[in-house]
Design a binder for this molecule. Sequence first.
Ligand code: ATP
Length: 604
Amino acid sequence: MTETRRLSLIGLAALLALVAVGAGPYVLDTYSVNVLTRSLLYAAVALTVDLLWGYLGILTFGQSVFFAIGAYAAGLVFTHLDFSTSTAFLALGLAVFGALFVAAVVGWLAFWHGASALYASVITLVLPIVATQVLYSGGTFTGSSSGLSGFMSFDISMEGWFWLAGGFLVAVTTLAFIVVNSDAGRLLVAVRENEQRCKYLGLDTSRLKILVYLACAVIGALAGYIYAGYAMVVAPELAGFVFGTELVIWTALGGRGTLLGPVFGALIVDYESAQLSGDYPFVWQLIIGTVFVLVIVAFPRGLLPVFVDVPRRLIAMVRKRPAAPGVPVSLSTLDASETQGEGPGDGPALAVEHVTKRFGSLTVLDGIDFSARAGELVSLVGPNGAGKTTLMRCIADGAERTAGTIIVNGQDIGRRPPEHCVALGVGRKFQMANVFDTLTVAQCLQIARTRHARPSLWRRASGLALPEATMHVLATTGLDRQLSTPAHLLSHGMKQALELSMVLALEPRVLLLDEPTAGLTKTERMQIGGILTDLTTRQGLCILLVEHDLDFVREISSRVIVLHQGRIVLDGSVEEVVQSELVKQVYAGSGHAGIAHQAQGEPA
Ligand SMILES: Nc1ncnc2c1ncn2[C@@H]1O[C@H](COP(=O)(O)OP(=O)(O)OP(=O)(O)O)[C@@H](O)[C@H]1O
């Protein structure tokens, strides 16, 4: 399907939804129109819970607070300053800026560098409790536990409020649908799936989370503002933990990560709750709770995925092949002039000076000193626990080391986080293949190019230009024929190759590879060896390689550094290392006789 056709279909669906909203007051009774107006606004807030939880992986109980900020901005202004056109705009401004201010403070606290998802959830859990207490203690200003009522509002009919609430919901849902399905929206899934990989691809995930959180806060506040105008009553319960949790329940019930699921979940459950609370005032909550438990036990992904998956599987069975996820992407090679060619000049590409790393009283690295030039492949070998991976971590993340200096391309990395080290030219491949499992090969590569090619907020690109080094890996390993394959279906070797391609797509000048051949077949090892040699000799990359396969090290290294108990015991040519008595003792002493055996011509 072409992009134009896809966007036209979304537009058509939005138009049909607007027609349904327009027809609502003519086919529904007055009671239903009244209740559904509230449900439509609640559904818009449930949508923000889905964006944060379903797409970004942040379980939040605090979205009720932003709804209440919008509602109270209107309630307070219309109560204390009377209603007029100017006070209506004042209240709207207060709603938006109040929500932005609170979201900025909470977002900064919840998503600062290094904060875990649990930490963010706890903060959003505390938020409604604090907000409710503030409203309770506001005396006559906030109306305390009774809230505010009896204020004047917009002169709009009940049908008008229904259309306004419905139009608002259709607008935010359509917008959210377009954004989450765009190239930029895919970043949300990438962060949810593997935030660490995102950071090491140079993406500022904290900033992305805060931006989405701010947008969700504004949507919640606007819904609250409309609610106050229509209901003409606001109460502390709007900011409460119970409402915040209900939003999460509606999202889970409808199907998180689907947008439409939470919208319908909120509409149906809120509307039915209103009906049941009238018909069965003492047991309605028990009925709703029981249904929720049954649905979640039977359909852990919620209801919408069930309705969507069944027809999708039937179509796939008829076609006798699964539908390929995402649009087909065609690859092209970036022109050499378009790639970042900045090297370190005459100096070393990487300089490690007196680097020390301690975990409490345990010193894992002790005064490491070495440098490496562009075009050099330096292998880091040593027994298990020598500190090789820790040294890689210190080079790729400025916050890791305890002391010492690391200079990349002539620039001190200081205490910079991984995403900033990427900008200096560091690319890190992890020991275990670290990719985005639910995304396709092409989508993983698109995410890796985000730093260089800003993704669209509404379109999905059908072409992807990659640096020559990445194209070389894709062609050599055959990954270029599997662009539509989800990463979790790839073999171990292909996943390793994909991660290497992603790191090379960053156009690094210093490439850190932690056991890239672990678990690979002999053929795959030879392929990777050829690629690494090519990267150093032809592309001029500086590669630091951690490797246990000493045959492999011998074949491709320009230099070998031997680490033992956190210190460099030898830094020399392959032959020097192989001949070294000290190195033989290091390996023999630790039970790893690899180098010692090889020096005597025996297989490792
Ligand atoms: N987070 C941590 N807390 C405490 N000790 C740690 C931590 N991470 C690593 N270590 C210790 O640091 C030492 C070096 O670990 P590291 O993983 O760097 O070794 P390595 O040379 O890469 O080993 P291998 O070849 O087995 O991967 C080990 O003794 C390890 O137990």
